[in-house]
Write a protein that binds this ligand. Sequence first.
Ligand code: UTP
Length: 478
Amino acid sequence: MARASKRPDAGKIDEAALRGLPEQHGQGHVFRFWGELSGAERTALLEQLSRIDFNLLDRLVRAQLLKPAKPAAGKLTPAPIIPIPGTDQERIAHLQARQRGEELLRQGKVAAFVVAGGQGTRLGFDGPKGTFVIGPVSRRTLFQVHAEKIRASARRYGAPVPWLVMTSESNHQATADFFRKNESFGMEERDVFIFQQEMLPAVDRKGKVFMESKSRVFTSPNGHGGSIKALSDSGALEELARRGIEAISYFQVDNPLVNPCDPVFLGYHALHQAEMSSKVVRKRDWSEKVGVLGRRDGKLAVIEYSDLPESDARATLPDGSLKYWAGSIAIHLLSVEFARRLNRGGFQLPYHVAEKSVPSLDDRGSLVKPKEKNGIKFETFVFDALGETRRSVSLEVRREEEFSPVKNAAGEDSPEQSRRDLTALYLRWLEAAGARIERGNGGAASGYVEISPLTALDGEELARRLKPGTVVRSGFIL
Ligand code: UTP
């Protein structure tokens, strides 16, 4: 696989055509400071303009600004979910799924796909989120954790698992450099494919793009749904098809608990001939701010918490449990064929609008930070693809085993919380494997412990590798 995404060749810029393009779309103000720009700045601006899809922007502005989209309505119903096994029958079904998934992994039919093009605003970390240190003891970065899980799975099943890494213009170079510096974390060069998603300008209330400098239009990534378009535009999808890959395991860069090559999930997906599947966890309570997997007018959807009426959010089943309990954790499987279908005849996910405050240049060319929201961004969401599926599987998993994202600098979903969750999981594995856990002051539970994915991908593997009589104190690492 290649490392760079397809990008227009800056040397082949047709200046005359590019000068005309924004004008034709009512965005001629992007050249307001042209007379002040150096040759290099002019080239940079034209190069950026060559990558903006002005036709798409026109369509979005017309559809969203002039006729604002109504909030999502429709009849909501819960979606069928495969539960964590509680009965023998469910346990047997899980075993059968595991066998099928293991077969796919042995046949080399699985690729891992991390989306890492977001801007990580809430975390406030300077650099791509994947380069953030998360290993509680080892100080591994998020990218390294993911890479080691993929390598460990490839080693276990004896077949490569290609890794697709989606970046965006704002972090592509830094990500590619980080992979180079770390020699792709031990993965084969041909199994790593780093490519960029598309950027889109934000517009003001009249549909005009903002300038962030005299030679640059303000743009931001087109949402995680853009990953499905980027898969196709970058050539990754065709490469996967050529390599005989059938399932793409999609996950977010910020979740160090993810299991990117889960044979049970893969197996259910394959046995149901699903096009796109999802993992869910039980909501903590009715008010947890997480999207729930359900159906809207019969179509599978992730219903965002802001779109779920309080009466539905609070609704319970006869046994007292929540009716809409299945929180989406942004872990999916996509069939290669389905991803191709979504790109056939143009990219098919809807664009959502978000009101934002966008810093931009005033008439004199000074950057002004607005106090209020002054513009809108357009984004697509990967889970909207669920509504396009003919067959889909939704699988319940345990939050404490699979989901602890790093979103905020402190508090909930913070690095500290995530390291605690990793430690808690490793302690459970260690205890089940027969290790003696030192508790109390200075003991294991008061600090951090860590198991490398290359040592053990799960509790069973750890049990096979752990030396009898192991004692676990704070700072333990294996
Ligand atoms: P979030 O929506 O949590 O955004 O993305 P974020 O960029 O990480 O953080 P904030 O909201 O700015 O604080 C969830 C996942 O989707 C990816 C992110 O990189 C993250 O892995 N993502 C998001 C993209 O790859 N592209 C996007 O356009 C948006």
